[in-house]
Design a protein around this ligand. Structure first.
Ligand SMILES: [Zn+2]
Length: 405
């Protein structure tokens, strides 16, 4: 039997055949499929557990998107506007999350009702904070010492609304008495995270999953694995690596869902090959993660330019068709236009879906190996995972990107 026909049968029998089509949000389709297929890349010691819970892995592949509107910290985990910072291979973007924040933060000094930003100069050796105001101040400290202090004192404040250091803290850090004498406090403003943190979040999640394996906490293993799969897949989407994330800067609004939702929906089950082999152990997760970003971003030019070129040779009514979905009429890219787009991009969408499946399996496998390969007994009953309630917040809803599923 033809390999792709076999796959179609496998997918249908796994519940992927029609169950997705009644979901109104199209990007969910790809996430569910990738998480589901990743289970089959896992080694014998893990595959039983994940197969028994494959419905959970599939359904909960989209939890992070559902949560995007509940907290401002969620949205930024799904992308990185890497072109805001640098060009491939991004030598100027620190791979350490805290160092990236340090590089782009602003430090505001507050004394009574006065407040001003300090000039910040960072080299590999030192951090210098200075201002001609407040009687003229110049404070210098070794860079490694500053980073170490930051990780101890500032990092734990990440989820707080305000990152404030007292004069006491600063005097201790800079070995002065200046701050307490002048009653100066410091507010640190993070200007990095808002442009996306997906590679850093992947590294942190690998650590979380490793700890869940170490404690053999099946509920946590499952919940983190399903969400990990989501973020890993997002990192493979070229339009998740740019500030032009929905073609809004190049008059191509809608290209995000076109690439990551419409095309997989039309072609994945019938035409893509999702046998990606066995998961690999990842020796250097940080480098592996950044290579995902570099590769995805490397595709960005073709994603945009090919569509731009095609849109000039197809009339508008050949580009957009009307589809009936859940009793609603939807204006969406025509199958012929989508076929021309995907053909002109080569096998990019398929390759990135396959790479996502393999990466999800490899990251789970790596977390398990790093945890010392604990025995996860093959349980037959479904693990009941308690969900944290998702409470939508209207203010965040207004700010969150509408596109990225
Ligand atoms: Zn997402």
């Amino acid at each position: 039997m033809d390999k792709k026909l076999v796959l179609a049968i496998v997918l249908v029998s796994l519940g992927l055949g029609t169950s997705f089509c009644d979901k109104p949000v199209w990007g969910f389709y790809g996430h569910r499929l990738i998480n589901r297929m990743s289970v089959f890349t896992l080694p014998p010691e893990l595959v039983g557990f994940y197969k028994n819970n494959i419905e959970y892995m599939t359904e909960h592949a989209v939890d992070p998107d559902k949560r995007r509107y509940a907290t401002k910290h969620e949205g930024v985990r799904h992308y990185i506007d890497i072109d805001k910072w640098d060009k491939i291979p991004f030598p100027n973007v620190p791979r350490d999350f805290e160092e990236a924040i340090i590089k782009h933060c602003q430090i505001r000094f507050i004394s009574g009702t006065d407040s001003l930003y300090f000039d910040k100069s960072i080299t590999a050796d030192s951090v210098i904070l200075s201002t001609p105001h407040f009687g003229g101040v110049r404070l210098a400290i070794g860079y490694p010492v500053f980073v170490k202090y930051w990780k101890k004192v500032v990092k734990p404040m990440y989820y707080e609304d305000e990152w404030r250091l007292s004069g006491y803290d600063l005097d201790e850090l800079f070995n002065t008495s200046y701050f307490q004498q002048n009653k100066v406090d410091v507010l640190i403003e993070d200007h990095f995270s808002e442009h996306g943190i997906v590679p850093y979040h992947l590294e942190a999640t690998l650590g979380k999953l490793t700890r869940a394996f170490e404690s053999k906490d099946k509920t946590a293993i499952l919940r983190i694995s399903a969400e990990f799969g989501h973020y890993i897949s997002d990192a493979h989407v070229p339009l998740h690596t740019t500030s032009n994330y929905n073609g809004q800067l190049t008059d191509q609004v809608g290209i995000h869902a076109f690439w990551e939702s419409r095309i997989p929906e039309l072609f994945a089950e019938r035409e893509y090959d999702f046998f990606v082999g066995k998961a690999d152990y990842i020796e250097n997760p940080r480098e592996y993660i950044w290579n995902i970003i570099i590769k995805a971003h490397g595709y960005l030019d073709s994603v945009l330019l090919v569509e731009k070129r095609l849109s000039k040779s197809f009339d508008l009514d050949q580009q957009y068709c009307f589809d009936e979905r859940l009793g609603k009429t939807l204006r969406i890219q025509c199958p012929e236009y989508a076929a021309a787009y995907t053909a002109a991009m080569g096998s990019m969408v398929e390759d990135q879906m396959r790479a996502s499946i393999h990466a999800v399996g490899s990251m789970i496998f790596t977390a398990w190996v790093n945890a010392g390969q604990p025995e996860i007994e093959n349980i037959t009953e479904y693990v009941e995972v308690k969900e944290e309630p998702i409470v939508p917040d209207a203010r965040i809803q207004a700010k969150a990107r509408a596109h990225d599923n």
